[in-house]
Each structure stands twice: as C-alpha cells, then as structure tokens.
Ligand binder design. Structure first.
Ligand code: AMP
Length: 344
C-alpha cells in the first residue's frame, strides 16, 4: 500500500514515511488535492473536523464513517450514544450555566469530574472536583460552558477493548488491555489484562459489537472502560488505532495497524490472538538511550521522530514474554531505564 497524509504541521511524523500534504483540515481546495488519485481515506486522529470528513466522503470512500467521528467528538453525545445502546457509563449531567453546575453537583455529589465537551485528550479539558468550593476554579480552568459533570468512579482498574470491523460487517477482538494513566495520560498497558476472565472479555466485546454495528463501522476502534468488580462502564471511544493497542505490533498475530488497513481496504481481518504477555510503556517528555532500552531482552523501541517536549508522547517500548512473572521483571527494568517513578 502507498500513502498520502494530510496534516496541518510540516513536522507530522507520517511525513517521514509518506507523501505529506501540509494544509488545514478545513481547506476545501487542499482536501480536493489530497483526495485526487486516492482509493480511499482513513484517519488516526479523532479531532478531524466532521465537515472535512464529510466533504471527502462525497469524493471517495472514508472509513471509519464520518458519523463515528461525530459520535466521539462530543463527550455528552458519546455518553448518550453509549446509554442508548444499553452500555453503562458513569452518571453525568449536561452543564450549560452556573445554575446547571449547582444542580448537577447536588444530584451527582462529590467527588466529580468536570469536563469540557469537546477536544479533550491526554487529561486536557478536565478537572477533578473534590470540594464544592473549587467549582469556580474548575469553571475558570476549563474556560466556561458547554461542560459535562461526571460522577467520579472509584474504579479498580482501567481497561480498553480494541476491535476491528470489516466492510462486510465481520469483526475481530483483541483481548482486553489493562491501562494505567497518570495525570490523564496513558503510561502503560498490559495485554492480556492480568486475571482476565471470559465473562469480562465477552462483556467488552458485546459493547464494542453494539457500537460498531450502530455506526456501520469499518476499521479499528478502541473503547476505554472502567472496571468496578465484574462490571464495565464505558468512559470513551476512539474511532481509530489507539495507544493502548500499540503492543499488538509485536504482541499479537496481527497488529492493530495491519488490521485497520485490512478492514478499510476490504481485505480479510487477521488473527488477533496474543503471542504471549505484553507490556507497553509510553515514552513521554524525554527520549531514553536506545542501547539501554534494547539491552532488556524482549524489548522493542519505537520512536516517532517528534521533538521532545514536556508531557508529549514521543514513542513507546513494548516487551513480550512467555510468562506473566518475567513480564513483571521486565517492566521493572524498563521503568528504571525510562526513569518512571509511578507504581505499575
Ligand atoms: P478522559 O479524557 O475522559 O478519557 O479521562 C482521562 C482519564 O481521567 C481517564 O482515563 C481516567 O483515568 C480519569 N477519569 C476520567 N473520567 C473519570 C471518572 N468519571 N471517574 C474517575 N476517573 C476518571
């Protein structure tokens, strides 16, 4: 396959490997130049304007469908969509005025999470409210309405399900992944999630199945979940390949990237079985010494060619092992190499 990419930044990592067209996503003339000669378009960023995806869809096939972008871009619409499909979410309330916030706080109680409705990612656009006096500060920090107040979930852990759906509606599911976030950013994933039961897996698959069939989805999707005992609540979805699926490059029979391309190209989906026990650690803010990472047996280093900046994801390391115990040892060693101080 050959690729052309569209991004507003000349530094876009995809430009290292593909023909990169630098333009704003809503530049009509650029969209036409971009589409010219292509077979189809896909995306790997959920904040592509829906209108741009729709304009492209009038010229050529766009997968996943623009409706999937739309459903995931607004946190209120997304949670309402989940609930409409019978998928449980944290309780939430729409906040369009200071009076709404008072009302929502009295209904949902504290702690609660106040979130912007759009353009939140990597912990941006949210404020954990523990005391009600902080509500004005939270309001200010988020820049005003429209907002969403969510009940804070004291989850046991965070999980995600990665799934693929082909053009004829066929589906494939990766095993649930356990994710650890710090400051709202994904730090590490373990796949399959430790202690994964068939019941938990089938619950997650049924959520993903409902979401994908409602959207007539084509491609890879990720749904982030909170686990409370044996129940899963949906937090959000990403209509694209996902950071919590990066382990599949080395850790699964077919990577999420390959399966995404197979799906959008109308080819058979590949086997999603894990090849062992995998962990993925994100490289954030500073690039480690390659030699030190690669000295850890089973470790694979991926750098995206981005300039180092605080809180920026610059790459990741995946380690694959034959047994869960050696995975823990490898994670410990990699934590030291990457200078990670959190509990994982
Ligand atoms: P989000 O951008 O909404 O995915 O939130 C980023 C991270 O913040 C999540 O992965 C959780 O770790 C945490 N978080 C978000 N919403 C809640 C909630 N309602 N209860 C507890 N933690 C949350």
């Amino acid at each position: 396959m050959r690729f052309r990419t569209l991004d507003h930044s000349p530094e876009a990592p995809a430009g290292q490997l593909t023909e990169l067209l630098v333009a704003e996503f809503d530049d009509r003339a650029a969209l036409e130049r971009f589409a010219s000669g292509l077979d189809l378009v896909t995306y790997e960023f959920e904040n592509v304007p829906v209108q741009s995806a729709r304009s492209l869809a009038r010229m050529l096939p766009v997968y996943p469908p623009p409706e999937a972008l739309e459903a995931g871009q607004d946190r209120l619409a997304e949670k309402t969509f989940f609930q409409g499909l019978g998928i449980p979410t944290p309780s939430f309330a729409e906040v369009n005025s200071p009076a709404d916030l008072e009302q929502a706080l009295s209904t949902l109680g504290l702690p609660a999470v106040l979130k912007t409705r759009r353009f939140g990612y990597d912990g941006k656009g949210q404020f954990l409210l523990k005391e009600s006096q902080k509500r004005h500060a939270a309001w200010q920090a988020l820049g005003g309405v429209p907002l969403l107040l969510e009940q804070f979930i004291p989850f046991e852990r965070e999980l995600s399900i990665l799934a693929a759906r082909g053009r004829a509606g066929e589906t494939a599911f990766y095993p649930l992944v356990e994710n650890l976030h710090r400051d709202g950013m994904l730090r590490r994933s373990i796949a399959p999630a430790p202690g994964l039961t068939a019941a938990l897996q089938s619950q997650a698959e049924s959520y993903a199945e409902r979401v994908m069939s409602a959207l007539d989805y084509v491609g890879v999707i990720a749904i982030e979940l909170f686990q409370l005992e044996d129940r899963l609540l949906a937090n959000e979805m990403a209509p694209r390949v996902h950071n919590s699926g990066h382990w599949t490059i080395e850790g699964a029979a077919t990577s999420q990237f390959e399966n995404h391309l197979r799906a959008v190209a109308g080819l058979p989906l590949g086997v999603t079985a894990p090849r062992g026990y995998s962990a993925m650690l994100n490289i954030i803010g500073a690039i480690p010494e390659a030699r030190k990472v690669l000295e850890v047996e089973g470790a694979h280093l991926h750098l995206y060619g981005k300039a180092a900046r605080i809180r920026r994801k610059l790459g990741h390391v995946t380690v694959v092992c034959d047994d869960a115990r050696s995975l823990d040892e490898k994670i410990e060693r990699l934590k030291q190499v990457l200078d990670l101080r959190f509990e994982i």
